[in-house]
Each structure stands twice: as structure tokens, then as C-alpha cells.
Design a protein around this ligand. Sequence first.
Ligand code: TRP
Length: 363
Amino acid sequence: MKKEKIILTGDRPTGRLHLGHYVGSLKRRVELQNSGEFDKIYIEIADSQAITDNSHNLDKVRQNVIEVALDYLACGIDPEKTTIFVQSQIPELCELTFYYLNLVTLSRLERNPTIKEEIKLRGFQNSIPAGFLTYPVSQAADITLFDATDVPVGEDQLPMLEQTREIVRTFNRLYDEVLVEPEARIPENDICSRLPGLDGKAKMSKSLGNCIYLSDSEEEIKKKVMGMYTDPDHLRVEDPGKVEGNTVFTYLDAFCKEEHFEKYLPEYKNLDELKDHYKRGGLGDVKIKKFLNEILQEELAPIRKRREEYQKDIRKVYQILEEGSKKAREAGSKKIEEVKKAIGINYFEDQDLINSHVEKYNK
Ligand code: TRP
């Protein structure tokens, strides 16, 4: 039988999704969803994972499950084609995680570069919650419970995929070949993999307050774009300007296509011409910001409109999540039976085991 192609990916519900999520992964997921190349597609709202560093701030997680769901639907994730589910509603994930925890060492978990970075950011140094340190193991369960072959994510998730693949290999070697080894799919365009924030800081991130949200209004987007970090030495229009490290140009690299010039800035043919003029001097920041604003408005308007439609029927969105979770659970409970059989803890189905004990004591 040909191996099925299955996508699984997800996000933590700790806030609304932003432009970094969009170019880093969401846009790609929608393309993959519509490619018809995949047999099954799952998207998980990873609330249990979000709890690992928000155990004292649970309301944040509770409030944002629906926000993330709205953002997914707004971007074009189609519940007819993609199963959207909520992690905590699939108890089989906990079960699987518990068995996987025996297949990794503490020192291996502590070497995970994404975890190391997050521990620093959260100031956990001497008091790392055990659940937090082990969330990559639970993520391995997320991926493998659904036999995922492809995991579209941003590049910060590569260590999680590596950890998952190690667990899969160890499990298959120790027990039985029942787990599927997944591949990460990261954006081809480097800028998209790590979109900087509005302030030019390395990453667009909620905690740094430098985001354009997918749900921002037209005015909010415009205000944010007009306040973006450019070249601090480009003081007068006639001054030569730098495009490297200039956030407006970085965003143009990520979003601008030639047709945008025809439409909004016909005096230039392409981005290279615009950059040359900026470098020479004589091109003001306001002009390039206005251009970027047009491009972002064009990209985000349909997303915002679709979100507004779904916002009118929140009950229906909760229902989509409930049905998705039910469907995911059906798949998950089949897989966990397979896993338990491989480990040998399927006592009541294992007639050979029962018979051998009958024989042992009936002699
Ligand atoms: N760790 C991911 C993030 O922070 C979210 C996530 C949870 C995920 N489970 C997953 C991503 C499974 C891909 C596959 O963005």
C-alpha cells in the first residue's frame, strides 16, 4: 500500500496570529491544503503546550483558542479539507507522551536550542517546569499520533522535528515499526522564515510588541507601517539610504511582486530600481512606506473580511473545533491501540499472553 501523505502542524493559543506566522507558515499551509497532494491534513491548537509556560496565566490560553481558530479560518484553512482540533481534547496525546518520555534523556532535552532560548527569555533558569522542558516530547506525540509525514513550520521548530525523528527511530527499533518519521517543511525564502518586527528586531513577536496582526484594522496597519524602523541615518530625502537592515525593504523583499509596481508605483519597474534610488538618495521614507502599506493592505484585506464573517457566528466556530477534535480523537484512538500493541501492553487482546499464563498455572 502506498504510504498516505499526512500533514500535521499547529500553534500555541497565546495570542492572535500575526504577519510573521502568516509568511512563516500559515500561507504555505493554505497552499498545501489546496494543492490536493495530501490525503489528510490536521491543524492543532496546542493549548496543552501553551499551558507548559502559562500555568499561572491560564485565562490567556482559554481566551485565545477561539482567536487562533478565527485566524486560521480567515487565512483560508477550510474545515472541509483540514481537521482543526484542540490538543487538550485528545487524551491519547498524554498517553503517548508518557511512553515517549522514557525514550529521551534529560540531557538531550536540555540541549534543544529552541528550548534553551525560551528558558532564557522566560527567566526560567533555576526553576524550569518539568512540563515545559518536556514539551518537545509531547510535540512528538502530536505529530506521530496522526502518522504525519509532513510538518509545515517555521525554522525555530526544526529542533522539535529532530527530537521527534529520534523518538520515532528509537521506538521502531525497540518495539515494532509502527511510527512514521516526519519531514519538516520550512519556507524557502529566508526572510519569510524569520520576519523581523516593526522595530527591526530579529523577530516579529507578541512579547516584543512589534507585530502587525492578521486581525488589525486598515488604520492600525497603516499607522504601524508609517512608524516602521528604516535607516536611522537617512535624515533628509536627498541623503543616500541603506536598504540592508531597513525593515521596510525587508518586508518589500518578503511581499512585493512586480505587479505591485504597475499598480501603486509605476515610475519604477521593480524592487531593484527602487532600492537603487534609495541608495543613491532622493527617495523619502514616506514614499516607500506608503507603497508597502498598499501591498500589505491588499494582502490582509481579504483575510480581515473573512475573519469578520466568522466572527458573526462564534458558535459555529466552536462547533468546527468540537467536530474537528472528535475526528482527531477517532484517528488518535486507533493509533494508540497500535502503539500499545507494539509496546506489549494490550493485555486483554493478547490471547497468546493469556493462554501462556493459563498453561503455566494449569499444569
Ligand atoms: N511548538 C509549536 C510552536 O510553538 C506549536 C506546535 C505544537 C506544533 N504542536 C505542534 C507545531 C506539532 C507543529 C507540529 O509554534
